[in-house]
Write a protein that binds this ligand. Structure first.
Ligand SMILES: Nc1ncnc2c1ncn2[C@@H]1O[C@H](COP(=O)(O)OP(=O)(O)OP(=O)(O)O)[C@@H](O)[C@H]1O
Ligand SMILES: CC(=O)C(=O)O
Ligand SMILES: [K+]
Ligand SMILES: [Mg+2]
Length: 586
């Protein structure tokens, strides 16, 4: 049986001004005591007077079939469903998880893994995909384009051959100051009191002992004797003791490992020195070449390091649009500098998502300010309806050890509790000894915390401001907000959303409902992109504007695959019809 509410908006044309009185309404929902899901659904016909909106109509029938636009689904639909039964695509891991644990227990928090030497092989990538990796990140700071291309090819092959839907994120190097790549030598340890040389010289035949290359030509000019030099945000510290032409001699004051291409920052009188850094371009000439590479390879996301303003994001987005027609590449702003925090709202607004890149962020602001910055970025992204990734050092000790520290588990839990869209592994999966175990920890902690929070109903409702600019957008938002609220109150098993661009799916995800969201979309690229968003289970399915036939088709395909069963309670929304329907699976 089905109950439905539809919003007819004849003024969806952008050049028509919407009449104000036609605001959508779900008063019946607010004012009506909703039946508990234990009760079966009475077939109720709402009269249009039950609704506030003159332009809204409720269509319901009592024979288990919904009347859409006055037409009943015909036998033809059923025949078509049968002959089309192989045409739904969902990630193989999610499918297995759904069947094994049921709808409600699927993981909502998405997982991103940085791919490096420890995980670049086909088998290792497969193990990560099986372990729940939703997005594979390649970091252009490291490795050659050839190396990255082979990783992308492996992921694509896995998706095709094994039915995964792993998306690819390319992360740019950015032009902040960092060390060279050590010329292939293994990372060295700097000991307390040792003198090391940081040099902007090019060394043709290997690096002399205790010498580090610096990528930024102005380095020797900019630093002063007495400055403090921080490697990787303070993992190793030096004091500048002498400048000799292109060489800067430094004494190690905090020992530690010098990793290839580690970030360098220098501090004077307790403050970060940034004058010159602030003038470096966010996207370097090398980054532009990497971006061309990413576009040519058809990556799903490009993450931009050290974003300073919204301008660079807009610039990149128009470049991508010009270079690749119909491109679905989403641009993720990495929040990892003081400037990005200053211009946070405009940057997030301009981007398709953000990453709290705590590694470099912690080198630019005092460490104790990183947690509040994280909370702020996560919250703002949700309000602006952009996916957000919490990254760096989540399970840092697992680079070397097979179990995380209690503090690391608490940190992961906090990011899940904040309801970030995704968590990211860096060194743990790129070059650690236990990439699969680290992923398993993220997975099990996410599941546990999500369930606990749901059961205890601890999530305080967040004020979600309107994000759209048009009246049609506002209707979509109202529909999604209401659908999510109804889903929680009725304790439905899943929300179905039929969406071509993915926008309605992300609006639902933003509400963080108690049940998972099945997002049906027509293209594989949108489906992969939705993989980053909280609570979405993306399916590829060809569908029409006829919701009734879409629903029949989906029910029959999902039932045939054992993913849903008769009696399951679902709410369906669509961005073609702007409707909400509540029904038990027939
Ligand atoms: N493609 C790669 N080849 C070799 N080593 C890699 C590669 N990708 C990552 N790594 C190693 O894993 C570590 C952590 O990866 P991560 O992507 O966090 O890099 P990062 O250098 O900290 O830079 P970023 O600030 O962009 O995250 C790196 O420091 C590097 O040692
Ligand atoms: C991920 C990243 O770039 C950082 O944490 O600095
Ligand atoms: K990077
Ligand atoms: Mg960084």
């Amino acid at each position: 049986m089905s109950q439905s509410l539809q919003f007819f908006t004849p003024f969806r044309c952008p050049y028509l001004t919407p009449p104000k009185h036609a605001a959508t309404s779900y008063r019946w929902f607010r004012g009506t005591k909703l039946p508990s899901r234990k009760q079966s659904f009475p077939a109720v016909k709402f009269s249009s007077s039950d609704l506030n909106a003159a332009s809204s109509k409720v269509l319901a029938s009592d024979n288990g079939q919904t009347v859409v636009n006055g037409a009943l689904p015909t036998d033809n639909v059923v025949t078509q469903v049968q002959s089309d039964s192989g045409s739904i695509e969902v990630d193989a891991v999610t499918e297995a998880e759904l069947k094994e644990n049921g709808f409600r227990s699927t993981r909502r928090t998405k997982l991103v893994c940085t791919i490096g030497p420890a995980t670049c092989g086909f088998k290792q990538l497969e193990a990560l995909a099986v372990g729940g990796m939703n997005v594979a990140r390649i970091n252009m700071c490291h490795g050659t384009r050839e190396w990255h291309r082979s990783v992308i090819e492996c992921v694509r092959r896995l998706n095709e051959e094994k039915g995964f839907a792993v998306a690819i994120m390319m992360d740019t190097e950015g032009s902040e100051i960092h060390m060279g790549d050590l010329g292939g030598a293994s990372p060295a340890k700097a000991e307390d009191g040792e003198i090391w040389t940081f040099s902007v010289r090019a060394f043709d035949s290997g690096l002399p002992e205790r010498t580090i290359n610096v990528n930024y030509d102005g380095f020797a000019e900019d630093v002063k004797v007495g400055d403090e030099l921080l490697v990787d945000g303070g993992m190793v510290r030096f004091e500048v003791i002498e400048k000799i032409g292109p060489d800067v001699k430094c004494r190690c004051t905090d020992p530690g490992l010098l990793l290839p291409r580690a970030n360098l920052t220098f501090w004077r009188d307790g403050s970060l020195v940034r004058e010159r850094n602030a003038m470096l371009p966010t996207i370097s000439s090398k980054d532009w070449l990497d971006i061309d590479f990413g576009i040519a390879e058809g990556v799903d996301f490009i993450a931009i390091s050290f974003v300073k303003s919204a301008e660079v994001i807009n610039h990149l987005k128009s470049y991508i649009a010009a270079r690749s027609q119909d491109s679905d590449i989403a641009v993720i702003a990495k929040i990892e500098s003081i400037d990005s925090l200053k211009n946070l709202e405009e940057i997030i607004q301009a981007s398709d998502g953000a990453m709290v890149a705590r590694g470099d962020l912690g080198a630019q602001i005092p460490l104790e300010q990183v947690p509040s910055a994280q909370q702020k970025v996560v919250q703002l992204c949700r309000q602006l309806n952009k996916p957000v990734i919490v990254a760096s050092q989540l399970l840092e000790s697992m680079i070397e050890y097979p179990t995380p520290t209690r503090a690391e588990v608490a940190d992961v839990s906090e990011a899940v509790r904040q309801r970030a869209d995704a968590l990211m592994l860096s060194g743990e999966s790129a070059m650690g000894q236990y990439p699969e175990k680290a992923l398993a920890v993220l997975r099990s902690v996410s599941l546990r915390i999500e369930r606990w929070w749901r059961e205890e109903k601890r999530h305080e409702a967040m004020e979600l401001p309107d994000v759209g600019t048009s009246f049609a957008d506002n209707i979509s938002e109202e529909i999604c907000n209401s659908a999510a609220k109804m889903a929680n109150n009725l304790e439905v098993d899943a929300i179905f959303v039929y969406t071509k661009t993915g926008h309605m799916a992300s609006l639902l995800s933003r509400c963080r409902p108690d049940c998972p969201i099945f997002a049906f979309t027509t293209t594989t690229s949108v489906r992969r992109r939705l993989n980053l968003q909280w609570g979405l289970i993306p399916f590829r399915l060809s569908f029409s504007d006829d919701m009734e036939s879409n629903l029949n088709k989906t029910f029959s395909l999902l039932k045939a695959r054992g993913m849903i069963k008769s009696g399951d309670l679902v709410i369906a929304v669509s961005d073609m019809l702007q409707s909400i329907q509540v029904m038990n699976v027939p």
